[in-house]
Design a protein around this ligand. Structure first.
Ligand SMILES: [Zn+2]
Length: 405
């Protein structure tokens, strides 16, 4: 633990100042002094470590806040870069972003997930270093690493927990391993939770209850409750992909069980069904999405039916969670309106009128790379946490130092 040597209170420290600046509630020294209840000179002391570290900039732009115009304070998105990693079943993206999730460099890798954690993390670290080098960013501080994995993740521990398609990762200390190379904060989460974070931050920050469903090769979901992602006790909250859905023949699932939602509507399952219907070219979610986009009748019919089954599971979740908005993401959600049409059909049939009265059901606003954006937002939320910033700056450390709290 980092010992604080300052006498800041939680509600008037530099962390709180950053929060007011980033939320737009205070953009000048005058407004900040008023919001924090501080004299101008005391405020200057609070701002000093923020300005010195480059995390906050005082720009030439003048803002009028009633009295005489004063210079604008803003978060500097280039104060540090984030290494954002989206590990996928088919490809892995390693990106360097700024603190606003703008991508500055990117590498796309084809990794075999069963190669095991050490080899994969080394490959990822090498790709990140090359991306930093090529984009001339080696001198910029790394604010942190955000990593999304197609597995159940114990978010606090930074480890995979339990069964996943990533064999050999269960219990492996991912955070510890990456920290040996990078010495920066490392945030590891399930890929669907990461996408949920991205969706909420970017498109629905004002919404308190959001349910996100990803339908690609696999199926998963994440939820925002009272403004925060809810991960549950073991990090698998909202994983509807392997919940049983009866009445559709109980096919074999990848997890070993039968009749899981994913075994009925996941991209691999649809490809399996269509292949059986004499479409030998169907191998994965991408093939299904491509054929549906082209209007191929069997693919469209299958996708719409999958939408109805998915809608049954989503309706159940909607009744349980009463969200403001349900967002549909993933490769298959981007293959035309067929899936969404099926989902809507089931949800309005099966949900309580009170649940659906104000409910919005929308496709994701991301065309791609929500996993990268979400990984950056995880790091950003962590490093800008007011209590954490107060602890580190109070101890004379930089804003991107490692803090075990
Ligand atoms: Zn399953």
């Amino acid at each position: 633990m980092v010992a604080a040597v300052s006498s800041w209170r939680a509600d008037d420290g530099p962390g709180r100042a950053v929060e007011l600046i980033t939320s737009g509630r205070a953009r000048t020294r005058t407004a900040l002094a008023e919001a924090l209840g501080l004299a101008r000179s005391t405020l200057g002391q609070r701002l000093q470590p923020l300005l010195a570290s480059g995390l906050v900039l005082e720009s030439e732009e003048l803002v009028s806040s009633g009295g005489r115009p004063s210079r604008a304070l803003r978060l500097n998105p280039r104060a540090g870069v984030v290494i954002s990693i989206d590990v996928g079943e088919e490809r892995t993206r390693v990106a360097i972003t700024d603190l606003d999730a703008a991508i500055l460099a990117e590498r796309v890798l084809t990794l075999r997930l069963d190669d095991g954690p050490e080899e994969l993390l080394e490959t990822i670290s090498t790709a990140a270093r090359q991306a930093l080098q090529e984009s001339d960013l080696l001198g910029v501080p790394v604010a942190g690493i955000g990593l999304g994995l197609p597995a159940a993740v114990d978010f606090r521990a930074g480890r995979v927990s339990g069964w996943s398609i990533m064999s050999g990762w269960d219990g492996f200390d991912i955070r510890g391993h990456l920290r040996r190379t990078w010495q920066v904060p490392v945030l590891v989460d399930n890929d669907v939770n990461v996408q949920t974070v991205a969706e909420h931050h970017r498109f629905w920050p004002q919404v308190s209850h959001l349910f996100y469903v990803k339908i690609g090769t696999g199926v998963g979901s994440g939820m925002v409750i009272d403004g925060c992602v809810n991960r549950g006790a073991q990090g698998v909250a909202g994983d509807i992909g392997h919940a049983h859905v009866g009445g559709h023949g109980d096919p074999q699932c990848r997890c070993g069980n039968r009749g899981c939602l994913e075994s009925l509507v996941g991209g691999w399952a649809l490809a399996r069904d269509l292949r059986g219907d004499s479409h030998p070219q169907m191998h994965d979610a991408r093939d299904v999405a491509r054929q549906a986009k082209l209007g191929e009748v069997d693919a469209v019919t299958r996708l719409r039916a999958a939408g109805r089954i998915l809608g049954e599971a989503v309706a159940f979740s909607a009744n349980l969670l009463n969200p403001d908005v349900i967002v549909l993401g993933g490769l298959l959600s981007a293959s035309g309106d067929h899936l969404m049409a099926g989902v809507l059909e089931s949800i309005y049939q099966r949900s309580l009128p009170l649940t659906t009265r104000k409910l919005r059901i929308v496709p994701t606003g991301y065309r791609s790379r929500s996993g990268i954006a979400g990984a950056t937002y995880l790091v950003r939320d962590h490093v800008l946490d007011p209590a954490r910033l107060d602890r580190l700056l109070g101890a004379g450390l930089g804003p991107f130092a490692v803090d075990e709290n």
